[in-house]
Design a protein around this ligand. Sequence first.
Ligand code: NCD
Length: 320
Amino acid sequence: MTTVDSLSAKDLLGIEPLSRDEIQLILDTARTLSDVAKHPIKKVPALRGRTMVNLFYEASTRTRTSFELAAVRLSADVVNINVQASSVVKGETLLDTARTLEAMTVDFIVMRHGSSGAPHMLARNLKASVINAGDGQHEHPTQALLDLYTVREKLGSIEGKTITLIGDIQHSRVARSDLIAFTKMGAKVRFCGPPTLLSADFGALGAEVHHDLKSALTGADVVYVLRLQFERHRMGLMPSVKAYTQQYAITSERVKWAKPGALVMHPGPMNRGVEIAPEVADGPTSVIVDQVANGIAVRMAVLYLLEAGRTKRAAAGGVS
Ligand code: NCD
């Protein structure tokens, strides 16, 4: 049982500020809300009259669609703004966008941006609730929440489990958010990759750092595969993709190094044949498709609980 019944902050900017009770509440609420998808009419009226804007400065298919479906299933209205910025968007432009949106009285802004801290800047300047859908190499909180949810649903609990993330840890906001989230909930997190894509600094943040795949996978309950984030690489981080694949790709032989029945996870988009073999991605212990389905329920829970917090603060006489 949790002792909280809403999210205390106006925004969801990262996993870091969430308490363990708040995470538990999100997971429990997601479980309840996942039933909505099974109804003949996949909708509840919780956010009727509310407006959510998807403001994406970086490419996205599943995260943007997932937020949109989550909002629609709670009866909110959704507007999509796709800003495919080719150069870095500077603070001033962002603030102008924020002020324009504020003038249109939107309630939720879901933002993805290439610069770490961009959603934080919006959140400071807006009354709307800002949800971080990925900021640079920093955080991707709803991905980590859906990962927690998936592990809890499939393995029964998170506490005491060993989660091994393999790949381009250095450039991955998913890896950072997962490290904080799984550690907070009592799991052990291992990171594995070549030294150029995984610096020893992660040890100080609580991860076990491995450069050898076999040792990283031995005893793991979850094999979590990450994409090589080529768009973020400077020159010379890897000798070649082939060399990476030879040493670190998760194949059906290598996955056996983990515990029998270990879950295989990936946040998508996957590069089949590079970081993961197709037969592993589609194998019996892969929960990659479940992650996508669970993402909707978890994002519904986040929207619902942020709204509950706003209602509570308004009733207490604060700013909603
Ligand atoms: C991730 C992202 O954008 O951070 N994807 C996602 O949200 N499902 C990971 C990635 O791009 O590799």
